[in-house]
Design a protein around this ligand. Structure first.
Ligand SMILES: Cc1cc2nc3c(=O)[nH]c(=O)nc-3n(C[C@H](O)[C@H](O)[C@H](O)COP(=O)(O)O)c2cc1C
Length: 186
């Protein structure tokens, strides 16, 4: 696929099926991530690759998160939370690993860099015929989940990339006109 075609056509895919991406496909994903723009070459990111029983473990963390938020939550809702990660054969948690007190590279720049790494993985997935979707929601923002995933004091979970084989049709791309977003100074 031509590079510009990829940039213009990439779409997310929420419906995902097995099998898990191959080792070669994953290597290509991570190599794309590691090319994210990165002020002072801080590589401020890391990834947790979750599949198989790992997805059930993650579902348990989601259920625990819901229980902390609502101690009276019913069993049906907990079961639904446990199932959430099973929507894909693989999830890659994208973590921003921030070096604090870096005067030239404030935390926001490091988080942007980690976000670019995640975005690059979406492109690398699409280019290889894989489906991918970036998801967040309460389980991405709950610091209890961060702790249970083993995040350090200066780390932030910025998203879960759901990955697999595309299980449906891609929706047509929204029609957007660059002119609506660009101001030109000449
Ligand atoms: C940081 C971030 C968090 C997101 N979280 C969610 C989410 O929790 N649930 C969801 O349905 N879409 C979420 N999205 C949006 C989808 O990943 C996707 O971009 C959107 O459905 C549009 O599809 P497209 O990427 O094909 O344009 C998120 C996107 C970003 C960048």
């Amino acid at each position: 696929m031509d590079a510009l075609e990829l940039l213009h056509q990439r779409r997310s895919m929420g419906k995902l099926a097995g099998p898990v991406p191959s080792a070669e496909q994953l290597e290509a994903l991570y190599r794309a991530a590691l090319r994210a723009p990165d002020h002072k070459e801080m590589t401020p990111y890391r990834f947790i690759e979750i599949s198989g029983a790992g997805l059930e473990r993650l579902g348990e963390l989601f259920a625990q998160s819901d229980r902390r938020a609502n101690p009276h939550i019913d069993e049906g809702s907990l079961a639904a939370a446990r199932k959430k990660p099973l929507r894909a054969p693989m999830i890659i948690a994208v973590i921003a690993s921030i070096t604090p007190d870096q005067p030239k590279v404030p935390p926001v720049e490091q988080i942007i860099s980690a976000g670019c790494a995640g975005h690059a993985m979406l492109y690398a997935a699409f280019a290889q015929g894989l489906g991918a979707m970036w998801r967040t929601g309460t389980y991405a923002h709950d610091k209890g989940v961060w702790r249970d995933l083993g995040l350090g004091q200066h780390e932030e979970l910025i998203g879960y990339l759901y990955l697999g084989q595309p299980g449906g049709r891609y929706p047509s791309a929204p029609a957007r006109d660059p002119a609506d977003f660009v101001e030109r100074w000449r």
